[in-house]
Design a binder for this molecule. Structure first.
Ligand SMILES: Cc1cc2nc3c(=O)[nH]c(=O)nc-3n(C[C@H](O)[C@H](O)[C@H](O)COP(=O)(O)OP(=O)(O)OC[C@H]3O[C@@H](n4cnc5c(N)ncnc54)[C@H](O)[C@@H]3O)c2cc1C
Length: 429
């Protein structure tokens, strides 16, 4: 088998066996069926879907359903997997990785698909048992084992992950309190008005939501967690704490190497870093954003797309990553929410259109700049969000139908024919 070259160097080495890494494997094998691929990951198990962790905690899916690819995937793709092995150093000049058991792993082409890690605040009493993040299957397994009906659980942070953790804990029967520094939940996506609607919905779902406050200490009796102390002086009795204040790209392996980083690893449109033959994809990167600029956007579809672009180019192809807009879709205790582009900033040149239902939790906000949609937020009624995503991607001038944008029946019928033709079937145009 032509699996290794004459220096016994596997041709492709991928650090990170998750969605960006898997997409890269599939793209490499589209073009190169032979040269060896080695995948290294510190987790002991095969790749699984992180977005399903909260469903797993709720008991709605099992580990088998969470598998990203069938068990025979790696064999079929002729990939060697080193699971449970942490890469601790990268020697870019020698094209060498070093693992936690001091093994030296040479490579010809390297993909860093190492994702992002949860941010841990410095809070007295936080480090120790009964405190975890919500990023891995092992976090969900730990909570499943430990949390009993009626026990208190405090979630620090009410962003996307904090909400998912709270939903899972609530389903286990815990008395959940979510503590948020900002004055509204999911502050990166929601404005003040949407924040009020979502906060009321969370509270109606039986979760205590504490806003404009912070956890200043975790109280322990011996080693056991007994309460979370808040800045306001309140103490919330609990036996579990989940930290969910955000994630940041894992840049540790780049330190001391010539790989350029800012918020994330900087890559060109081929997903190649500043070092030739070292690529990066997924949550660890800082990439081009539609409408200009660069950003770290830690979401699943982009990790998949970037992995595909990186794998294609590593195997000699020519595929460009075009830059995407931040986009997120989630349910907050059953209330659907879609955020497209930037939904919270206003540079003074933005025109903002809003509509709030008097009878339901529905809320719609459209952000325009020079009559082009730059952001959109949908709460409760999300069915037509796809049309807005299309208008944003194509930077369509909405002047002729601006008045219609907030109407309940707004649809493709209002938009220019050439745009419609791109997005729906010719019969419908
Ligand atoms: C609870 C939760 C819910 C989410 N829900 C959504 C959602 O609904 N929609 C959405 O778009 N996104 C969601 N996300 C985000 C999504 O999961 C990520 O965008 C995606 O997993 C990123 O994929 P990745 O391959 O870049 O990195 P990751 O999935 O983070 O994988 C990185 C891998 O690298 C390994 N690794 C890291 N460093 C090393 C090292 N030094 N040595 C060896 N191995 C290493 C890690 O063990 C890990 O397996 C959610 C995330 C979480 C945690």
């Amino acid at each position: 088998m032509k699996s290794r070259n004459k220096n016994n160097r596997p041709h492709y080495v991928i650090v990170g066996n998750s969605i960006a890494g898997i997409a890269a494997i599939e793209a490499i094998r589209e073009r190169d069926r032979e040269r060896a691929i080695l995948v290294i990951d510190r987790e002991m198990r095969e790749a699984y879907s992180r977005p399903l962790i909260s469903y797993y905690l709720e008991g709605r899916v099992d580990e088998e359903t969470m598998r990203l690819r069938p068990a025979e995937f790696y064999k079929k793709m002729k990939v060697r997997v080193l699971a449970g092995r942490n890469v601790t150093a990268l020697k870019a000049r020698e094209r060498l990785l070093i693992t936690d058991n001091n093994e030296r792993m040479p490579y010809e082409k390297l993909l860093l698909a190492v994702g992002a890690e949860p941010v841990m605040p410095s809070i007295p009493g936080l480090v120790g048992p009964q405190v975890c993040t919500f990023a891995h299957l092992k976090d969900a397994n730990e909570l499943k084992k430990r949390v009993k009906r009626g026990q208190g659980a405090v979630v620090i942070g009410s962003g996307f992950i904090g909400i998912k953790a709270s939903e899972g804990l609530k389903a286990l029967g815990a008395k959940v309190t979510m503590v948020e520094l900002d004055n509204r939940p999911v502050p990166s996506m929601l404005d003040a008005e949407a924040g009020k609607i979502v906060a009321a919905h969370i509270r109606r779902s039986g979760v205590k939501l504490v806003l404009s406050n912070r956890v200043v200490a975790i109280r322990r009796k011996g080693a056991s967690v007994v309460a979370a102390a808040l800045k306001s002086g309140e103490e919330i009795p609990c036996s579990s704490v989940v930290v969910a204040i955000g994630v940041r790209p894992r840049l540790g392996l780049c330190r001391g190497t010539p790989i350029k980083t800012k918020m994330g690893i900087l890559v060109n449109s081929h997903m190649e870093t500043s070092v030739h033959n070292i690529y990066a994809a997924g949550d660890v990167t800082e990439t081009a954003v539609l409408h200009g600029g660069r950003k770290n956007i830690p979401i699943w579809p982009l990790a998949y797309e970037q992995g595909t672009v990186a794998g294609t180019n590593m195997a000699g192809g020519n595929m460009a990553y075009k830059g995407r807009m931040p986009m997120n879709s989630m349910e907050v205790f059953g209330l659907p929410l879609i955020a497209l582009g930037d939904t919270t900033t206003d540079d003074g040149e933005m025109e903002i259109m809003m509509l709030r239902s008097r009878t339901s939790s529905a809320y719609k906000k459209i952000i325009l700049k020079n009559n082009r949609i730059r952001g959109a937020l949908f709460l409760g009624e999300i069915e037509r969000a796809g049309i807005f995503a299309g208008l944003m991607l194509d930077t369509v001038d909405v002047t002729p139908f601006k008045e219609e944008l907030l109407k309940e029946n707004f649809g493709y019928i209002y938009v220019p024919r050439q745009h419609r033709a791109k997005h729906i079937s010719p019969l419908e145009v």
